[in-house]
Structures are given as structure tokens and as C-alpha cells.
Design a protein. Structure first.
Length: 66
């Protein structure tokens, strides 16, 4: 009888530990996905700003040469 209770207690501890590890993994993967998305957004914004600046410079240059 005692060994059955010990086995159940051990299995419960292992199950809780695995659940905590799994939830930690899920939370971390969500964090890294949101960070990557925000990083990609920042890169796209910088590229857009660069393209706008180049466009304005080209317009200014062609206006000056006419």
C-alpha cells in the first residue's frame, strides 16, 4: 500500500515538473517570436525610410539639374 502511494506521489511530482517545463518552453517561444517579428518590423521600417530618403534625394537632384 505504501509503495503505491509513493509511486503516485512520484508520478504527480514528475507530471507537475514536466508541465512547468512545457509551459516555460511555450512562453519563451512566444517571446522569441514576438521579438523576431518586432525586429523584422524595425528592419522594414528602416528600409522604407532609406527608400523614401533616396527618392527625395533623386527628386531634388533632378529638379536642381533642370
Amino acid at each position: 500500500m505504501k509503495s503505491t502511494l509513493q509511486n503516485r506521489a512520484f508520478l504527480l511530482k514528475v507530471s507537475v515538473l514536466l508541465l512547468i517545463l512545457f509551459l516555460g518552453y511555450v512562453v519563451e517561444s512566444k517571446k522569441s517570436n514576438s521579438l523576431r517579428t518586432s525586429s523584422e518590423f524595425n528592419q522594414a521600417t528602416m528600409l522604407e525610410k532609406t527608400n523614401i530618403r533616396q527618392f527625395i534625394d533623386n527628386k531634388w537632384f533632378t529638379h536642381q539639374t533642370r
